[in-house]
Design a protein around this ligand. Structure first.
Ligand SMILES: Cc1cc2nc3c(=O)[nH]c(=O)nc-3n(C[C@H](O)[C@H](O)[C@H](O)COP(=O)(O)OP(=O)(O)OC[C@H]3O[C@@H](n4cnc5c(N)ncnc54)[C@H](O)[C@@H]3O)c2cc1C
Length: 418
């Protein structure tokens, strides 16, 4: 008996009628012609049923995988089946970089941008912000390229996989850069709440980690500075001290899988993620949730989380606070405002985590918190759609591109978008 196909965390077992692995655009078109329901599975790193279908589950792993770099336009065309880790070295070798990366390079580019996946950085938007165009095959087999500037573009990048098969994405490139990361330990929460900006502006990208076991101290603050900025980093941060050996965000875990620290400069793609491509970060024994609020509300929202720290801590492996610049995608969790995101890596006890999520959401409700599309959350339907002023525009776009509801699934119905 073959093992069931699951997501990375193994908390979702996909239930397709058939698995499809086209080797060309023509085979993809044929596969879509013969199905009434379909979904693409990217790298399977989402924690909910967003990628599930009872029809055809499509893998793009056998499709042509050549990355095309246009030096003049400063664009990389990345096929829909590739992961960030598959493309970053080639982009770097051509003298370029992408502006930001998520915590790990193992995720597919198309799947990550489809869910609003992000890294951290006050002035850097989620990964969707670096997308210049998506090449989409609709359920009817038509190939459409939707570019920045087109009417549909603001609905087409963070698409939740609901508009069609993304055959390729075009990514904006910037000049390659080097980054050095320094980790500070035991930074007092009160000092951070009094001046969050002092922390988040310290580097190009910062992450604040806590187990919430001690509600007065953030265990670690990771500061990633572009080369040149690193030399001005102090040895202490608001009372916390710079670590003298490499650390893993999880207390007591070896830092072997983590990107180099201690201020040692290196290429952007080996510093912006927390984890190295060569290692599988943990074994999937975790669940994740994340909520986004307007950055102006960040201190009050963190204080609200601190108020329920005793309920969060028993189920928490680690929490991470990151910042992002706002963007215009209709379904972006950063739509309309610079944003802070509160991430939770939970223990792998889904029932207990799901029982806690309404408490977390109530604490963050005064700040209009939007959940990460690819992680676990409790809110649904109108409550969720109300957080997105352009939800109806997205529904209209979906109806136009997918009138037979081929890419709709139970997840999309649950979140009020189908
Ligand atoms: C260990 C770990 C660390 C993570 N770190 C971060 C982080 O730092 N920041 C963050 O924001 N998130 C993070 N995530 C969440 C993750 O980035 C998202 O869940 C993201 O969607 C993963 O991409 P994927 O390809 O695995 O998506 P999947 O789960 O495979 O798919 C997600 C959605 O995209 C659609 N899709 C995928 N490929 C295509 C395609 N080619 N065409 C059309 N639709 C497609 C699917 O149908 C589905 O709707 C993390 C997850 C894990 C497991």
């Amino acid at each position: 008996m073959t093992a069931p196909l699951t997501n990375w965390a193994r908390n979702v077992e996909y239930r397709p009628a058939v698995l499809v692995s086209p080797r060309s655009v023509e085979e993809l078109r044929d596969a879509l012609a013969g199905t009434t329901k379909a979904k693409v599975r990217g790298s399977g790193h989402s924690f909910n049923r967003i990628a599930d279908t009872d029809g055809s589950l499509i893998s793009l792993g056998a499709m042509p995988s050549a990355v095309e770099i246009d030096h003049g336009r400063r664009i990389a065309r990345v096929p829909g089946g590739l992961r960030y880790g598959d493309v970053v070295r080639e982009i770097d070798a051509a003298g370029f970089a992408v502006p930001n990366l998520a915590s790990l390079p193992h995720i597919s580019v198309a799947g990550a941008v489809a869910t609003g996946t992000h890294g951290s950085g006050d002035r850097v938007s989620p990964l969707s912000g670096a997308v210049a165009a998506v090449e989409l095959m609709t359920a009817g087999g038509e190939l459409r390229t939707i570019r920045r500037g087109d009417d549909d573009f603001a609905g087409a990048v963070i698409s939740l996989g609901a508009l069609g098969v993304v055959v390729a994405v075009e990514l904006d490139l910037v000049d390659t850069f080097r980054v050095a990361q320094t980790v500070f330990e035991r930074v007092p929460v009160d000092a951070v709440l009094a001046d969050l900006g002092a922390v988040t502006t310290l580097g190009y990208s910062t992450s604040i980690f806590t187990t919430w076991r001690n509600p007065d101290v953030f265990d670690q603050v990771w500061v990633k500075c572009r080369a040149g900025e690193a030399s001005v980093l102090p040895g202490s941060l608001l009372g916390g001290t710079a670590a003298t050996s490499p650390l893993h965000p999880l207390p007591g875990v070896s830092a072997e899988a983590c990107t180099p620290q201690l201020g040692e400069p290196g290429p952007w793609f080996e510093r912006l993620p927390h984890f190295l491509l060569e290692f599988t970060p943990s074994a999937g024994d975790e669940l994740q949730s994340e909520y986004f609020v307007d950055r102006r509300d960040a201190p009050a929202a963190l204080q609200a989380l601190r108020g329920i720290a005793d309920q969060i801590a028993p189920l928490l492996q680690i929490a991470e606070t990151r910042t992002m610049a706002g963007e215009a995608q209709w379904l972006s969790p950063t739509l309309g405002a610079d944003t802070v995101a509160f991430h939770f890596t939970w223990v792998a006890d889904q029932r207990a985590v799901e029982a806690l999520l309404p408490t977390v959401e109530r604490a963050l409700a005064p700040f209009g918190a939007r959940p990460h599309w690819g992680k676990l959350f409790a809110m649904e339907g109108d409550e969720l759609a109300a957080l997105y002023p352009d939800a109806q525009r997205f529904r209209d776009l979906r109806e136009r591109l997918d009138p037979r509801d081929v890419f709709a699934n139970a997840f999309l119905e649950r979140v009020g978008l189908a």
